[in-house]
Design a protein around this ligand. Sequence first.
Ligand code: NAG
Ligand code: NAG
Ligand code: NAG
Ligand code: NAG
Length: 423
Amino acid sequence: MAPVWLPFLLLLSSLLKAQETPDSSPGVTVEADNSTGPYVSTSGPSGPSGFVPPSDPPTVQEDDWTPAESFLYSGDASALEVSRCSRAFSLSGQNAPSLPPSFSGPLRPALGALANTANFLNMIFQASDLRESTVQEDMEWYHAMVRALLEADMLIRRSLLTFDADPTSPEPQLVLCASRNPNAKVQTIILQDLSRAWEKLHPPAPAPDDSWFRNFKFPEPSQQSQPMSLSKRVLLNDLSTLDTPKWRQGDSYVTNHSGVRWADAPFLDCEDGLFVSDWMLTLSTAFYGLKPDLTPEFRGVIRVDVNIQDLDLDQCSEGDGWFSDSHQCNRTTMECIATPGQGFRLGQYCCRCRDGYYDPETIPQDSDGGSMNSSIEGVCYPDLPVCLPCWPGCSSCRDGTPCWVQQGGVAAGRRAHPAGAAS
Ligand SMILES: *[C@@H]1O[C@H](CO)[C@@H](O)[C@H](O)[C@H]1NC(C)=O
Ligand SMILES: *[C@@H]1O[C@H](CO)[C@@H](O)[C@H](O)[C@H]1NC(C)=O
Ligand SMILES: *[C@@H]1O[C@H](CO)[C@@H](O)[C@H](O)[C@H]1NC(C)=O
Ligand SMILES: *[C@@H]1O[C@H](CO)[C@@H](O)[C@H](O)[C@H]1NC(C)=O
């Protein structure tokens, strides 16, 4: 049994490697406040089970992240209940250029809501007189928008809006966050103003970083001229509703799904010192105003955190999605079969011997030569089958004895009975 756990541990350790903060600051010393315990956030504008920026400094002793890691395999929420956390836990980056294919359908409503909200804001800031007004004057609009975004899809657990009143500032001036409390009798939406808690929103790794914002505010130099996902629109006005239309024609930039960025890795939230037992994914997109030369100017980001716990991970799949092709089946002798319906969990697959190989530990139950159940499903992770080659010339077999080979070598062995059974 021991050897099959080795790949598990190797995979796990490689997942964790990138999480170690290289610039962990040893100079930070921490004064324990025993009265509240190190895990309870006491300061900050957080509401009950809202977005809880941890009080700084986060912990006295380093958290134990193992329960979060094993939850990725077990999916067993009770294992998380016994562990305390000081901040959210993000897996190390998957460096995968795409999300798993199984995500695209379920995430479509959230992606659409982000694109729609961004375009509403694009129009506000590029093509309306509201761009002249102040944040304070518009505050109620923003409140409504963040709350409404939460309702676009039940997978959305939290929505955020950042707004740069001053485009030269490295931090946004307005940060609003709406979150659900799904456990309340009547579903509750908690709205928080985190404008003065920007630093606390991004505690040290393994908590998720600020790339959901930074990648839009400070794009790579190659994209700096104009974000690729923006398309230009010419707006024509033929309005009888306005007494004094200011302009008849203007330019605007709009975005679509392709402008939405997803985080490098999923995360587990930490609320009131306890992990929330659902893996979450952060999606974000930016909205723009216009510079004096009428090119797009970054104004802010809207973000949603979606619950991906019920979305399947397929380690057998080919391609470049998260964890794809990360199974332990021997690719020469076995094929990998994913077990669907397990949600966001690793290790949900079985290995089956390929044609031309057999598993000596499978006891044939069916004497007709029909396919056996165990040979359909294979041996499931963390166990692996042993697959031995068939007798030379047999394209499939149940054991290592010679098979009847048909003349001409057509479909050799596929319907043949093992020679041993005849004698
Ligand atoms: C915290 O508790 C420890 C042991 O329980 C004690 O030695 C220490 O003085 C306490 N610190 C504070 C700030 O109360
Ligand atoms: C989204 O916008 C990009 C950039 O303008 C464009 O290339 C792409 O075709 C658009 N996608 C859809 C689905 O409209
Ligand atoms: C896969 O099985 C083949 C044949 O038994 C063996 O030669 C090879 O080393 C195995 N590969 C791995 C990665 O274990
Ligand atoms: C395999 O087993 C499952 C339940 O154990 C059963 O529902 C299924 O019909 C079996 N398939 C075959 C081909 O025997």
